[in-house]
Ligand binder design. Structure first.
Ligand code: BGC
Ligand code: ZN
Length: 367
């Protein structure tokens, strides 16, 4: 079958590959499910993998099939699968268990292993392929009403995991009612985080560099968020002027903002860090003041990587809620479509900044 693959470590190695069709026998205990991939999104992680900065092939292989934002339709189920049937739409999860305690109790996204397994990223083939076979436990059902936007489920899980972790952590306060929240970044993740915070009724300020007017700012405002360009007002200036934030989700990829957030978060507040920043940037920070205010204000910062099954299920529910609350909004995020795996060069072309893409994706087969 056809697939889009890279040679990890080798810059610009993305190519159309002919790879073996996955076999149902590769999944034990009759739990296998064959999925025809319909639509797969790409993001900054795929770009970094193609730049040779990130990613690893399966042991003993030279290429890695990329793509971790999958959406497909079930073709065939194993004898022991009762929760899925042919024609169901599904999104496959990204992480697979390694060996740590957390992996073994079903939370691979909380793995403490140095080596982690992520489909399309690390040691496991991804979804930019005609077909995928997986264990039913890692496939999350999507209602047909969401099929056009099913490709947004995986990116939404970032915000869902952030929110779920924040709720767990903030139980320490007995009663936590975030009111003022900030989302840093107005790319796919920033906009989806803006959405899910608005669906929960919070006051949201979304910060990004670009000045209005701009599609991303329209989208933030369309769900009732306030949009600030950091070229006009910084996060810290906004906090000083309008009050500190109860919760801040960082999704820009610009690590210095994590430290600015530490000064902009209020007492008992929480910062959720979600950007994978592979660089080596250094900044000077007011260390004494940040530390003191963290102590005196009982503040928390938490990092989140990948997502668990609960987050995928929550993402599906929230996307359905979004379609009802803001009809047509999700579709506006799907800015750049590429038709067919063979047109893969366009995928990476669309991801470049000049294109101002929100979600770039490949349509692999008819819905
Ligand atoms: C993916 C996550 C993954 C992370 C780190 C992100 O782009 O969406 O699932 O855990 O990269 O590899
Ligand atoms: Zn991603």
């Amino acid at each position: 079958m056809k697939a889009i693959a890279v040679r990890p470590g080798q810059p610009n190695s993305v190519h159309l590959a002919e790879v073996p069709t996955p076999s149902m026998a590769s999944i034990p205990d009759g739990r296998g499910v064959r999925v025809r991939m319909l639509r797969v999104g790409i993001d900054g992680t795929d770009k970094e993998i193609n730049e040779g900065l990130y990613g690893a092939p399966p042991p003993g292989e030279e290429i890695l099939v990329i793509g971790h934002e999958g959406f497909g339709r079930v073709e065939e189920v194993g004898s022991e699968v009762s929760d899925l049937s042919p024609d169901d739409y599904v999104v496959p999860m990204v992480r697979r268990p390694g060996g740590s305690l957390y992996d073994r109790i079903g939370f691979p996204d909380l793995s403490t292993d140095e080596t982690y397994y992520e489909r399309g990223i690390n040691f496991l083939h991804g979804y930019l392929a005609e077909e995928v076979v997986d264990d039913a436990s890692y496939l999350v059902k999507v209602p047909p009403s969401l099929k056009e936007v099913g490709v947004l489920v995986e990116p939404t899980t970032v915000a869902e995991k952030g929110w779920r972790q924040a709720v767990e952590i903030q139980r320490r306060l007995r009663l936590w009612r975030p009111q003022r929240t900030a989302v840093l970044g107005a790319g796919t993740i920033g906009l989806l985080a803006t959405l899910i915070f608005r669906l929960r009724g919070f006051d949201v300020t979304t910060f990004a560099r670009t000045k209005k007017p701009y599609l991303n700012t329209d989208l933030a405002e369309a769900v009732g968020a306030r949009y600030y360009s950091t070229q006009e007002i910084s996060l810290l200036e906004a906090a000083n002027r309008e009050g500190p934030f109860d919760m801040i989700l960082e999704a820009t990829g610009y690590s210095p903002l994590a430290f600015e957030a530490m000064e902009a978060v209020g007492k008992n507040g929480i910062i959720i860090l979600s950007s994978v920043t592979g660089g080596d940037r250094k900044v000077e920070v007011p260390a004494d003041r940040i530390n003191l205010e963290f102590v005196l204000g009982n503040k928390v910062a938490v990092g989140i990587v990948s997502a668990g099954r609960d987050d995928f299920e929550a993402a599906v529910r929230d996307l359905a809620h979004a379609e009802a609350a803001y009809p047509g909004w999700l579709k506006r995020l799907l800015t750049h479509a590429v038709q067919g795996l063979e047109n893969y060069p366009l995928l990476f072309n669309d991801l470049t900044e000049e294109k101002e893409a929100i979600k770039v994706y490949c349509d692999i087969a008819e819905f």
